[in-house]
Design a protein around this ligand. Structure first.
Ligand code: DCP
Ligand code: CA
Ligand code: CA
Length: 360
């Protein structure tokens, strides 16, 4: 089963700001250079009717939506991460094995709990939809098939709030007329090359011989396209391994050893590392700062916390303290890049822990 949340960031904004319902909604990544510079992260389906979609410049979106009453939001990643986390818990509970593949999608192995019966998988899918809607007011689209590839293509077939079941005997029919670009990994570049070979649909792709695919796309991609055109895929649903540490690194505006000059960036990195920690439902027991000096030498300084935490303030303060100590211990250090690393991670499990954790 592949589950993908519908117009995810925009749907989160609709829920948080109910007054926007019925209007085009656009979530923007402002670059900060001029007032409207930046790109669209995503938009709701109404905005998409005007041609506004992920990746287009904000200025273009504003023109397309002129006098439509559209509402523009800056990206609020921590909100979306919180909503996502609640949903992933629901999905995990309905799976034999669970693989999150992004903030808004996941694969669920359900073969064991359904005895391989598609009817039972359909029941699970409907139950998942109901729970996500009740708990997080979010709609999703689900694809069910005998492998990840076909399930993923199926989840994209009827959006929003779709459920598409492709039984093994139906794979060939399902795929045939779809454009080759519906195959995951087939972007603009591959699509263009296929176009030059007169290949538009998946059925047409399946007529191209392996040597030609390999010659055109290389061994890996060529081999993948050959199998994908036939709906073949034997990748297992992989439980993702838990990370043991997380870090965020960035370059300072200019080389410096002035603490006040570094603190804003250091705080930002600590906050980003904490956000990731929360996304993974984890805590850390150690915090470290990373300093890459003007001579490109790399230094770290770490400390162990009194107790495991995912508290932003604690982690930011620890990073500040460590950088202060580092600069004092290295009187000649001129810092070029800086980072924050959290380690000794552990997983928070159980519903009560997670809800407590969200209040932190
Ligand atoms: N995203 C982004 N920039 C992109 C694509 C996506 O910031 N170029 C973000 C915003 C999306 C989220 O990732 O809400 C999930 O991406 P999807 O491709 O699944 O798109 P949506 O969920 O927005 O829409 P759909 O209903 O088509 O799945
Ligand atoms: Ca989505
Ligand atoms: Ca997605």
């Amino acid at each position: 089963m592949h589950v993908d949340l519908d117009y995810f960031y925009a749907q989160c904004e609709e829920n948080k700001n109910p007054y926007v319902r019925g209007k085009p909604v656009v979530v923007c990544v402002y670059s900060g250079r001029t007032e409207d510079s930046g790109v669209v992260s995503t938009s709701n389906y109404l905005a998409r009717k005007y041609g506004v979609k992920a990746g287009i410049p904000i200025t273009r979106a504003k023109k397309l939506l002129e006098s439509s009453g559209a509402i523009f939001f800056p990206m609020n990643r921590s909100l979306y991460e919180q909503v996502s986390e609640g949903i992933m818990e629901i999905l995990r509970a309905h799976s034999d094995a669970f693989e999150k593949v992004g903030i808004d999608e996941a694969y669920l192995e359900v073969s064991t709990r359904t005895n391989g019966k598609f009817e039972q998988a359909e029941n699970i899918a409907n139950e998942i939809k109901r729970q996500i809607l009740t708990q997080e007011q979010i709609t999703c689209s689900i694809g069910i098939a005998r492998n990840k590839l076909v399930a993923k293509i199926a989840s994209d077939e009827r959006k929003p709030d779709g459920l598409t079941i492709v039984k093994p005997e139906g794979v060939h029919n399902f795929l045939s007329d779809l454009p080759a670009s519906r195959i995951p990994g087939v972007g603009k570049k591959v699509e263009d090359k296929l176009g030059q070979m007169q290949v538009k649909t998946i059925a047409q792709l399946s007529t191209i011989s392996p040597p030609i695919l390999v010659e055109t796309f290389g061994k890996t991609l060529g081999g993948y396209l050959f199998q994908a055109a036939r709906g073949e895929d034997d990748e297992p649903v992989k439980e993702r391994e838990q990370p043991t540490q997380l870090s965020r690194i960035a370059t300072l505006k200019r080389n410096t050893r002035e603490l006040p000059e570094m603190l804003p960036l250091l705080s930002e990195l600590a906050i980003a590392a904490t956000a990731k920690l929360k996304e993974e439902s984890m805590t850390c027991k150690s915090v470290a700062i990373i300093a890459i000096l003007s001579d490109l030498s790399i230094h770290t300084k770490s400390k162990t916390l009194e107790q495991p935490t995912a508290d932003e303030k604690t982690i930011v303060n620890a990073a500040h303290e460590l950088m202060k100590e580092f600069l004092e211990s290295m009187p000649s250090a001129i810092v070029r890049r800086t980072g924050v690393k959290v380690s000794t991670l552990s997983k928070l499990t159980g519903q009560t822990d997670i809800s407590n954790f969200l209040k932190v």
